[in-house]
Design a protein around this ligand. Structure first.
Ligand code: GLC
Length: 719
């Protein structure tokens, strides 16, 4: 479907809003374009190596150099996977992955995360960092959930905007991905995703909309899947109408690698650069065989396509090049790579990402002085994860595993013993010999720490190990792999106060042992300082403050996308029949009790909420204040969450929706008046008939909670 008039409407809307400075840049772009040959223009709109697109050296236009990934700058591989040049020092900072960043609920850390990443990328000579990944987590099985942020559109947007600003304030471009509805890896290159307009606007677009309108993101990466029958990366509705039309996006729409399938659709539906590599090209084909390469030159020469279409794409590319000091010999600040300051930030983010899910009898924090022997059990205790997961892999300067973190914490003051407990290979089941070994160590230890959960493949090439959190594959179910359930049960029998640490990109089915487990900690993939962060939390140097950015279901069948059999689709087509009821919107509305709720996370101290006031300001902003007090003995953070609820709605609406949060530090006994506000927009729903956001008159509630199910205060509102 080709809509030329929309393309030109986009152009007109842009010029009406450009500032003087922008107009000056546009004039410079005009003159550059006027000097370019057709071949030079086309050379800029497709890849000319695995991670670059063409420049025009004679006019001082450099290639655009992109790099994965969302939580660390990828290992060098030459222009086309030429790993022979092994002597590069490309081992850098390996940050906690996206879902861990979201679990901090700390937008300032999101900014810091982006800043570290950008400085590392800039120091490595990259112009675009291919992140953040903001696809909504709608099924626990998606192999790339570890790279993404949340099930909730508001938290997703807040963390994405912080990250993008952190990146782009350092003078390089972010690339918010994957636009849109790349919510599963199964059949990711072919699946045709369908959903209602409400689901699209209320759940799946907000992260991208905030990235554009608030984060001013320079590039957006179109995804592999189809959307409503048309490839997403060359999709008229998504790109021309929504992204560039409604949102006025002035940057560059790049395709995912090999996500373009058709020249004319890509030309007219808003694809600005076609990326891919020799792995995505047909055998023997080269970069000039891309859909937006030589074919386009012929089409323009044969007057089948106006050159203006190509000029608009080149204009956008030049626009972000000016914006990121790539032209006229402009200089960027140098950046910094693999520095102690970055490692320290990685530790800070890791500490705030870790979620204390259960802590019966306040077993944590452990008193190291009382421990003579500690048994650390589980392969994930010593397994590095940086280099796994697919395109987001990182060659880390180092990676402190949980075992190393615990050993370093004790520094010889106590005996640390270790056993694998389970094995990681395809089809692995409980291994009685390994379990016996582990139980023996546990029996003779003062304290046991189990570290299990999901894992990446050991590295990008060793496919014999079943990877669970990886690009290109979804998990088969929520069951812990390698018979870990049996191991955990055996350990709990001899040591009920075992500390159970789960790593990975999302929930596991804990039903086999959760009732007997006193302590459960979610660590995600906590990055290069993950082991240090875990030790600091386990032994109380740091008070945990992480909160779940996704619901942890009791079992997979409880999860809405599975309950309604909307995953993974049939015959290449899926319809998101859970609609807007994703995550806690489903669990809380349909009263399905989760194992652990969205927004849940314990602390070593306690907090008291009271004295809520709801004030409607003259500008219709709703300002909520309440008192928050640390009634415990340790200083710590609390993330108070603001949900809105429509009472007796006339249309289907979730019983609550997150529309604000504040992360507050309080010393023991300290109280603060917390203020959080939202606009009338927070109470609207997307009316499909009007194709617009609508506020219906009626009664509403403001809910303040420590999680989506732990509501502490409420206030009434009437519109
Ligand atoms: C991959 C991923 C994308 C990544 C790109 C470049 O297939 O989907 O996230 O940035 O290709 O590696």
């Amino acid at each position: 479907m080709i809509n030329k008039c929309t393309c030109f409407l986009v152009l007109i809307s842009f010029f009406n809003t450009a500032s003087a400075q922008e107009k000056n840049i546009e004039r410079k772009i005009d003159s550059l374009i006027s000097l370019m040959t057709l071949e030079e223009k086309v050379g800029m709109i497709h890849a000319n190596s695995s991670f670059t697109s063409g420049g025009v050296p004679r006019l001082g236009i450099p290639e655009l150099i992109t790099s994965d990934g969302p939580h660390g700058v990828r290992v060098e591989h030459g222009r086309d996977w030429d790993y022979t040049n092994d002597n590069v020092d490309d081992a850098g900072t390996y940050l906690p992955t996206g879902i861990g960043l979201a679990a901090t609920w700390n937008t300032k850390l999101g900014y810091e995360f982006g800043k570290v990443l950008a400085n590392e990328a800039k120091a490595r000579g990259k112009d675009v960092i291919l992140g953040p990944g903001v696809n909504i987590i709608r099924t626990p099985l998606n192999g790339r959930n570890f790279e993404y942020l949340s099930e909730d559109p508001y938290l997703n947007a807040r963390m994405a905007v912080g990250y993008i600003k952190g990146v782009q304030d350092q003078g390089i471009s972010a690339s918010v991905k994957h636009y849109i509805a790349n919510n599963q890896e199964k059949d990711r290159n072919t699946i045709d995703v369908n959903m209602s307009d409400r689901a699209l606007h209320e759940i799946y677009l907000p992260g991208f909309k905030a990235a554009v309108l608030e984060g001013d993101v320079n590039t957006v990466m179109g995804s592999y899947n189809k959307f409503r029958g048309q490839w997403a990366a060359q999709n008229h509705y998504l790109i021309n109408q929504i992204l560039k039309g409604q949102w006025g996006f002035k940057g560059v729409l790049i395709s995912d690698w090999g996500a373009i399938h058709n020249t004319m659709e890509a030309l007219y539906n808003g694809t600005d650069i076609e990326f891919g590599s020799e792995f995505t090209l047909p055998k023997g084909a080269g970069y000039n065989d891309f859909f937006l390469a030589d074919t386009v030159i012929s089409l323009v020469k044969d007057k089948k396509v106006p050159v203006a279409i190509i000029d608009e794409k080149v204009r956008r590319i030049l626009r972000i090049m000016y914006k990121t000091n790539m032209l006229e010999n402009a200089k960027r600040t140098p950046g910094a790579f693999a520095t102690p300051a970055h490692f320290k930030k990685a530790l800070e983010i890791a500490e705030e990402s870790i979620v204390l899910l259960k802590n019966e009898n306040n077993i944590l924090p452990l008193n190291a002085k009382k421990i003579k022997t500690i048994a650390v059990i589980g392969l994930n205790a010593k397994r590095p994860h940086a280099f796994g997961g697919g395109s987001s892999h990182v060659k880390a300067k180092y990676e402190i595993t949980p075992l190393q973190g615990i050993e370093r914490y004790f520094a010889g003051k106590a005996k640390v013993v270790y056993a694998d407990g389970y094995e990681i290979k395809r089809g692995a089941v409980a291994n009685p010999q390994l379990i016996n070994e582990a139980v023996k160590l546990a029996t003779n230890a003062d304290q046991v720490i189990f570290v299990g959960g999901w894992h990446h493949g050991y590295d990008y090439t060793k496919w014999e190990e079943k990877a669970y959190d990886t690009e290109g594959e979804d998990k088969p179910d929520m069951k812990l792999p390698s018979g870990q359930d049996e191991l955990i049960k055996a350990l709990l029998k001899v040591k009920p106060n075992t500390i159970n640490i789960m790593m990975g990109g999302g929930p596991v089915d804990m039903s086999a042992w959760i009732k007997d487990a006193a302590v459960v900690v979610q660590a995600w993939y906590p990055g290069m300082e993950g082991g240090t962060a875990l030790a600091n939390i386990i032994f109380g140097k740091t008070n945990p403050s992480g909160k779940l950015p996704v619901t942890f279901p009791v079992k997979l069948e409880d999860s809405p996308a599975h309950k309604l059999a909307a995953y993974p689709g049939t015959n290449g087509v899926t319809y998101y029949s859970e609609d807007i009821f994703v995550g806690y919107r489903y669990f809380d509305t349909y009263q399905v009790k989760p194992q652990f709720a969205f927004g849940h996370g314990l602390s070593y101290t306690q907090f008291k909420y009271d004295d809520i006031k709801v004030l409607v300001q003259p500008d219709s902003t709703i300002k909520i204040t309440f008192n928050l007090k640390n009634t415990g003995k340790k200083a710590g953070y609390e993330t108070a969450q603001l949900y809105v609820a429509a009472l007796n709605p006339t249309i289907a609406r979730p019983v609550k929706e997150l529309k604000g949060f504040e992360k507050v530090w309080l010393n023991p006994g300290e109280a603060k008046q917390v203020s959080v506000s939202c606009s009338l927009e927070a109470f609207k729903y997307f009316d499909e008939k009007k194709s617009n956001w609508t506020l219906t008159k009626g009664n509403y509630q403001i809910l303040i909670g420590a999680s989506s199910t732990d509501i502490k205060l409420s206030g009434d509102l009437k519109f």
